[in-house]
Design a protein around this ligand. Sequence first.
Ligand SMILES: [Zn+2]
Length: 656
Amino acid sequence: MPLLFHFGWVQPPVLGSIKKTVNTAALALFFHSFELYFTRMKCTLHTLLLLLLCTQIQAQRWQQHADYQINVDMNVQKHQYNGTLRLAYTNNSPDTLDRAFWHLYFNAFQPNSMMDIRSRTIQDPDARVGSRISKLSPEEQGWIKVKKLSQNGRPVKYEQQETILETYLAAPIIPGETVVFDVEWDAQVPIQIRRSGRDNREGISYSMAQWYPKLCEYDEQGWHANPYVAREFYGVWGDFDVKITIDKQYVVAAGGYLQNPQEVGCGYEDPKKPLNLPAGNQLVWHFKTPNVHDFVWAADPDYTQTSIVAEDGTTMRFFWQKGKGYDEQWGKLPAIMSRARTLMNQRCGPYPYREYCIIQGGDGGMEYPLATLITGNRGLNSLVGVSVHEQLHSWYQMVLGSNESLYGWMDEGFTSFAEDWVMNQLAEEGLLPGKTAEKDPYEGAISAYTALAKSGTEEPLTTHADHFNTNYAYSLASYVKGGVFLIQLEYILGKETFDRGLLRYFHTWKFKHPNANDVTRVFEKESGLELDWFKEDWVNTLNTIDYAVKSVEKEGRKSTEVVITRIGRMAMPLDIMVTYTNGDQALFYAPLEGMRGQKPAENKIERTILPDHRWVEPTYTFQIPSSAKKIAKIEIDPSQRMADIDMENNTWVSPD
Ligand SMILES: [Zn+2]
């Protein structure tokens, strides 16, 4: 579409991205008219215009925007509900859209769905799913049937392909335009198989995740209309306004701010004000949630709610079924989560919402904006562990929101990394009974990664999450190798630089869907070091790290020569610790040539900086000057953060 047309139709420049489109378009027009008169300058003007456009692309990342107004009416006898949805969708992309795609997740819970077949054919199925979907009776299945769909009041043609609804728009949506979709649908809640559904194994009536027609995300890589096979999520940020009408025996918990507490009570109400419960058998629960990419709720007649104002001033709500043997743990959870949140804010960046809800429901632990569904029958440390993990997704999935299908490791991996640290801090503060803090909270992650690397089933992190050959390879890549990505960065950059980089990553990329390059660039900027060599090996390949101390030989009276071999294909900068028989230590540091610099000394330990280590060389040789002291031990990476897959050969011990 010609630029002129864009310019004429662009909405008032409310958002930065649109404003820039207008400016660029205006400049384009300006230069275009010049062109007519000064044809000789044509080349120069084109180049200038191209440069301007490139600057625009590099300086920002546009985001689509989707504001939902949803009304649902739940029939608790039939486990069915009907809903209406009004979606104001703003196309902030530079592209004109003539189709739109929606997720209809509940349709996965039908025999022979892609999720069913995937689960029955993968070699290591998730035990929660197995072949259960293939055996669902019609009453147990899930479905969403769209009855009506219109765009700005005009009916839209649509086609349902299982979990994806494809719509052929009534009129193309041009860059900068906001359109309104109205959708009406009927749905049936499946029996709980995975994540959402009715009657979970702990007896929670409704775990309502992935429950409404949800617009797929459109980004610089186009539409992400991935059929649901039980794995990942990606969504458009916007504001949700949700009204749930349900039998008044049910207590509703949700990832949102309740708008009408006096009309529902159940622990939400202000005790100083009178309750104003409506007559009749039903209650309407009205929630609003700003700037999120999904909305979850749960309902059960036996929920108990407790809430606290956490150390950071936010409200935390807890919903569980009392009297089933785990009240003590749930009673202790709020104070611990309050402390955990403070740690998260310090390490990962400030939590940007004013509420968070921990809800018994689902089938393990699953994260949503402002809420999590977790199973409740757990010991205290397990309850804290799952709550900490799911809450940390508020940073890496909800606020940063990397596309989990393409960069699952940037969500699960970074979340697991932060979880290991938070849990270790809580243990150190004596908040986890029977658990003492580890000196190195990441030891478990590094050994799990090593097992993956040696398993023969590893696939690169660039693998689309849905397409990993096994659940094992997917899980270990996402949860573990993704976390070890950050541990390696800490080793390469030094702890202080790394910690600053982690915060800078949050502040730079919040609400922008960062990718693998974005996160690496932030750490490059923070450290001043080059990191592309690291990202390319760690993310795109299965290359592994394995260094060994090959030989240590005294060279006459002046020095000792140390030869290090690089056995693994991946090169790394090397910290090498020399320990003398009297206990003294001397640290040597061989930066990697590709880093174009050095990390600062860590923990103020003095070190000898050696010449660059060049990755092409199979060995690296350096000299330790002789002294009166006798060398007892030479060790590569004494911090043991470097993910060397064979630690056995990292240390040389003097035979004497
Ligand atoms: Zn997770």
